[in-house]
Write a protein that binds this ligand. Structure first.
Ligand SMILES: [Zn+2]
Length: 451
């Protein structure tokens, strides 16, 4: 046992005085410039889609003041001095949502070959945070303005990413992040005793929590370190979580207003998670017709993560067929289906955003009409991400996020593969197909400190 000697209070006061002196010797930082009137931008939209109704309005004017939409309509007056952006040859629509991605992890064919023990060992959390920043920019360029980042972020690289974007250091989508995935002993890994018991090799990729006390502690740890949604693994091990365990996670997360997503890959695990009251289910392996019907009853969101066959050799012909059939069944049952990718790997030649948008292939194969695919990618996504009152719809008072494409995604959903224009928080991120993110970069937290 070691003891520490108390430091005399006078010495602490002296030390603080010295510190204060050295701080005051520094030149005072320049006070932020007095905020000028927020800039006004008027966007001329040739077509404007409302994905909630599947309707199109022609020749609309969208007025943006500062970071928010102010007015939308065909007869909106353009104030003098407003910057006018001409998108009259394009279709304008709200930003897209990926409800399940992992921006701070990137499998490579070499050396991991989908064995992400290697990724976790070889990529530090700071390196993964930098990957996350880059992946976020790539997702935004593809039109994704909201991402739910569902764990596998090392030691909270996802919180750092969210803070960096919200404080104004870098461009990126709005991030709803999960912190560390909570699971019973082992998490999703089957570690060797050396890895598992000594902890330093595999962890902190998963937060182990078996007993009620441990579950409460794990949820609180994630909330303390900046998670905005809680992710659990319902059935990663045969011992998994019971309905009561899951109810405990849900009630603890609710104390801070957070919802819970369950990773589930068995029918029984998914059923326990739905009965336990989770907000969303990740992956479709456990989602049969009975579970879909139970999800409708409970209002559970579905983040099925249906990988297209053409994208990666991780997906098999049989797996693709099963994904297509499950997605089709969910749509027929009128489940709250969201667009979700789990796109946590590198496909050479594609950006992370191009990988994510490729998932429309599975939705088309399931025979889901474009208007319903678009609704899953927007309206239902905003509800799942809990942003519908602040960000998502093109509506006065909400964050000014929008994208524009040639063609009409309501007729051909592949139009979304060619996002030409992106606005986020009233600032232009991409124009004529080229990223112009300069105004997103700052030498300080221009939006204040975010925790
Ligand atoms: Zn995932």
């Amino acid at each position: 046992m070691t003891t520490t000697r108390a430091v005399p209070a006078a010495r602490i006061v002296l030390a603080l005085q010295v510190l204060a002196g050295s701080l005051s010797a520094q030149p005072a930082p320049a006070a932020p410039a007095p905020s000028a009137a927020p800039p006004v931008t008027a966007i001329r939209a040739g077509r404007l889609i409302d994905p909630a109704t599947g309707s199109v309005a022609k020749d609309q004017i969208i007025l943006v003041r500062g970071k928010k939409f102010e007015a939308i309509g065909s007869a909106v007056a353009i104030p003098q001095g407003a910057e006018v952006i001409d998108l009259s040859g394009l279709t304008v629509l709200p930003g897209l949502v990926d409800t399940h991605n992992h921006l701070a992890i990137t499998y490579k064919v070499d050396p991991e070959r989908k064995n992400y023990y290697v990724t976790v060992i070889s990529d530090s959390t700071p390196l993964r945070a930098i990957q996350a920043a880059s992946n976020g920019i790539q997702m935004l360029a593809a039109g994704f303005t909201i991402i739910r980042d569902m764990g596998n972020n090392g030691l909270y690289a996802d919180t750092a990413l969210r803070q960096a974007i919200e404080e104004g250091w870098i461009p990126g989508p709005q991030i709803i992040n999960a912190g560390i995935i909570i699971g019973s002993t082992g998490g999703q890994f089957w570690p060797t005793p050396e890895m598992g018991i000594q902890k330093h090799v595999v962890y902190p990729e998963y937060l182990e929590a078996d007993t009620p006390d441990e579950i409460v502690k794990a949820v609180r740890q994630n909330m303390l370190y900046g998670a905005k949604v809680i992710k659990i693994c319902a059935d990663c091990k045969p011992w998994g979580y019971s309905v009561d365990d899951i109810k405990l996670v849900v009630s603890e997360a609710a104390k801070a207003g957070l919802k819970v997503e369950a990773h589930a890959q068995t029918v029984d695990g998914a059923r326990r998670a739905i009965e336990g009251g989770v907000w969303s289910i990740a992956h479709d392996l456990g989602l049969d017709d009975a579970n879909h019907k139970l999800m409708v009853k409970k209002g559970t969101f579905r983040a099925g993560t249906e990988t297209p066959i053409s994208l990666t050799n991780f997906q098999t012909e049989a797996g693709f067929k099963r994904d297509v059939a499950s997605l089709r069944n969910a749509w027929e049952n009128k489940v709250n289906i969201t667009y979700s990718t789990d796109a946590d790997y590198w496909v050479p030649g594609k950006t992370r955003g191009e990988v994510a948008i490729s998932f429309i292939e599975t939705w088309k194969a399931a025979g889901i009409p474009p208007k319903d695919i678009l609704k899953a990618m927007t309206t239902t996504g905003y509800r799942c991400a809990q942003t519908e009152g602040s960000r998502g719809p093109i509506k006065a008072g909400l964050a000014a996020d929008l994208i524009a494409v040639p063609g009409n995604p309501l007729e051909n959903i592949d139009a979304l593969r060619d996002v030409q224009f992106v606005m986020k928080d009233g600032m232009v991120f991409k124009q004529k197909g080229v990223m112009t993110p300069g105004e997103f970069f700052h030498g300080g937290p221009v939006n204040g400190l975010v925790r």
